[in-house]
Design a protein around this ligand. Structure first.
Ligand code: NDP
Length: 246
């Protein structure tokens, strides 16, 4: 028996890249989707595509850096579908730069989205999951959550934080039958490199990304984690392009 059909899944950062690919993959497996991001046109188009293929999806324009908006997102899911089975905390930025360039605006944004956004998502869904004694929180970290490169100090710090938060969450909530999964992708072809504001750094990263894999690869791993029987928790996965060394 599949343990994925009919599940209610919230995906943040669903308007492009890994979030969008995950929405399509999960829709094809019969989940009910709650799509969130800031770009409404993208969400609307994705919702229509899913519906045209016989799937079920709603969306809400949401900025993950707003605790209130994340609460409203969870309330929409509960109000519409009666439960939240899975939260995919996927929204993220990677405005890499060297520390000496002091891109303080980028530092603040990346911490707000990549760390606080994940915490606000967890905070928004935990009460109903704890009450039901069932749920699954999937946090997207990165290979940069395992090793730090020059130019990615702040991004890596946020992705190490995502892994720390996920492990703490696992220890706090396993007894409530809430599963946790950390997904750490390597290089994946998405819009992520567009968030780099350092004109010297961007071409270097874009060159590296020529060996990137499709977002579908990550979407399939997320589906794999969800579809396991409820007593099986896939706690962590690293998915790199075969050709990626670090
Ligand atoms: P994209 O840039 O394609 O997608 C990022 C998503 O995050 C977009 O949907 C964007 O939507 C959303 N987002 C950004 N800021 C906010 C915000 N404040 N509120 C709500 N949504 C927001 O990149 P990816 O698909 O690659 O990124 C998804 C995740 O995967 C990130 O956490 C990233 O760090 C991680 N990752 C990606 C890797 C890669 O190589 N691509 C490697 C390792 C990890 P909108 O702008 O509409 O709000």
């Amino acid at each position: 028996m599949s343990n994925i059909q009919g599940k209610v899944v919230i995906i943040t950062g669903a308007s492009s890249g890994i979030g969008e690919a995950t929405a399509k993959e999960l829709a094809s497996r019969g989940t009910k989707l709650v799509l969130a991001a800031r770009r409404e046109e993208r969400l609307k188009t994705l919702q229509l595509e899913i519906q045209n293929n016989g799937g079920e999806a709603i969306y809400k324009v949401t900025d993950v850096t707003s605790h209130e908006q994340m609460e409203e997102l969870a309330e929409l899911a509960l109000g519409t579908f009666g439960k939240v089975d899975v939260l995919v905390n996927n929204a993220g930025l990677m405005p890499n730069s060297f520390l000496h360039t002091k891109k303080i605006g980028d530092w603040n944004n990346i911490i707000d989205v990549n760390i606080k956004g994940v915490l606000y998502g967890i905070g928004a869904v935990l009460p109903s999951m704890r009450a039901r004694k069932e749920g699954h929180i999937i946090n997207i970290s990165s290979v940069a959550g395992h090793s730090v490169g020059a130019g990615s100090a702040v991004y890596a710090a946020t992705k190490f934080a995502v892994r720390a938060i996920s492990e703490g969450l696992r220890k706090e909530e396993y007894a409530n039958n809430i599963r946790t999964t950390i997904i750490s992708p390597g290089m994946v072809t998405t819009e992520l490199t567009e968030s780099i504001t350092d004109g010297n750094f961007k071409p270097v990263v874009e060159k590296m990304y020529e060996g990137a894999i499709d977002a579908d690869s990550i979407a399939r791993s997320i589906a794999f984690a969800i579809e396991q029987p409820s007593d099986v928790a896939i706690n962590e996965m690293i998915i790199r392009p075969t050709s990626q060394e670090r």
